[in-house]
Design a protein around this ligand. Structure first.
Ligand code: UDP
Length: 338
């Protein structure tokens, strides 16, 4: 019998890509999403979508009563570093309380496995680069702090209740499904690669570079971009490992690119000019975040398929150029053509 999984936030960017991979590998998937940031059309039809909110404990109990899950994958969260520096309690409040509700329901309904979408922001301004799993944790923002608190809840849920968990600390998720079934669509968009591609499409007059006075070769921030489908593959490997033990892994390609290098790559991929302007730094941004992902490579045989930035940007460009206004436009296009 195939395994049944609960995926919170499965209508969002990373969640919807992980759902694609899960259904392709024969899992039965129930997506639970309040559709505040997620999109109904991002969920492939092989998965069941249930609209609901993690703040609603009774609703969560009903969900767990009605389905028998083998594991929970938790993506639903506020996930913007910059926003968390302006609205800390949205993160230290909602993210933490919603995760607590979910972990408690998972334990009470005797589901034994939990995968957490965690973040490189746990490491704040790291002492050494690349960042491995032993690096000191000192979250760089209330967003990172919220994920750290959730990791600690999972630690105790494991110690006390035997809930096995995988904490996957993503560096910069990017790219899109090359088959065009889902892609990145945030409103408003704040992430670098989609913003650069919106400028390539003429939807923005320019890209603002948030600071060029960082201690990096070209003065702009360096990040480790990782393709969402490579993240998805890591989730499935971690899920298998939970049959035997809990784990935590840093997930990146181990190679960093500056903001200016990302813009240059996008110019080559799109053929567009993409004007840039340099603005002030964004609060909460460390200069360099690059992962040492050796542990997951060695222990789980994980190997990214889209390691090159160019490939990541190409798949993102395919999505953005085919869906210039995201999922809403994709729907109205369908209506117009029938
Ligand atoms: N960035 C930028 N201009 C933008 C958006 C992002 O210069 O319009 C920079 C940002 O300061 C960071 C990098 O691009 O150094 C990646 O930012 P993003 O928001 O995509 O991801 P984060 O690193 O915050 O997870």
């Amino acid at each position: 019998m195939s395994k049944s999984l609960l995926v919170t936030g499965g209508a969002g960017y990373v969640g919807s890509h992980v759902v694609l991979e899960l259904v392709a590998r024969g899992y039965e998937v129930v997506v639970f999403d309040n559709l505040q940031q997620g999109h109904r059309d991002a969920v492939v039809r092989e998965a069941m979508l249930i609209e609901g909110d993690l703040a609603d404990r009774d609703g969560l109990d009903r969900l767990f009563d009605q389905h028998r899950f083998d594991a929970v994958l938790h993506f639903a969260a506020n996930s913007l570093v910059g926003e968390s520096m302006r609205q800390p309690f949205l993160y230290l409040g909602d993210n933490v309380v919603n995760a607590l509700n979910l972990i408690r329901a998972t334990v009470e309904h005797k589901v034994g496995k939990f995968v957490l979408s965690s973040t490189a922001n746990l490491f704040g301004t790291p002492e050494r680069i690349p960042i491995d799993e032993e690096a000191a944790i000192d979250p760089g923002s209330p967003y990172g702090e919220s994920k750290f608190i959730i990791e600690r809840m999972l630690h105790w849920a494991d110690q006390i209740h035997g809930l096995r968990s995988a904490c996957l600390r993503y560096f910069n998720a990017a790219g899109a499904d090359p088959n065009g079934r889902t892609g990145e669509d945030h409103a408003p968009e704040t992430h670098l690669i989609p913003i650069v591609l919106q400028a390539a499409l003429g939807q923005r007059p320019h890209v603002e570079i948030f600071g060029d006075d960082y201690p990096t070769p070209d003065g702009t921030c360096i990040r480790d971009y990782i393709h969402v489908l490579d993240l998805a593959d890591a989730h499935i490997r971690a899920l298998d490992l939970l049959e035997t033990r809990s784990c935590r892994y840093n997930l990146g390609n181990g190679r960093g690119y500056s903001v200016r290098e990302v813009v240059e790559t996008a110019r080559r991929v799109t053929g567009a000019e993409i004007p840039v302007r340099v603005g002030p730094r964004r609060a909460g941004d460390p200069a360099v975040l690059v992962a040492a992902a050796d542990r997951i490579r060695t222990e789980l045989g994980w190997k990214p398929k889209f390691a090159e930035l160019r490939k990541i940007v190409e798949t993102a460009w395919q999505w953005h150029s085919n869906n210039p206004t995201g999922f809403v436009r994709a729907r109205s296009d369908q209506v117009e053509s029938t």
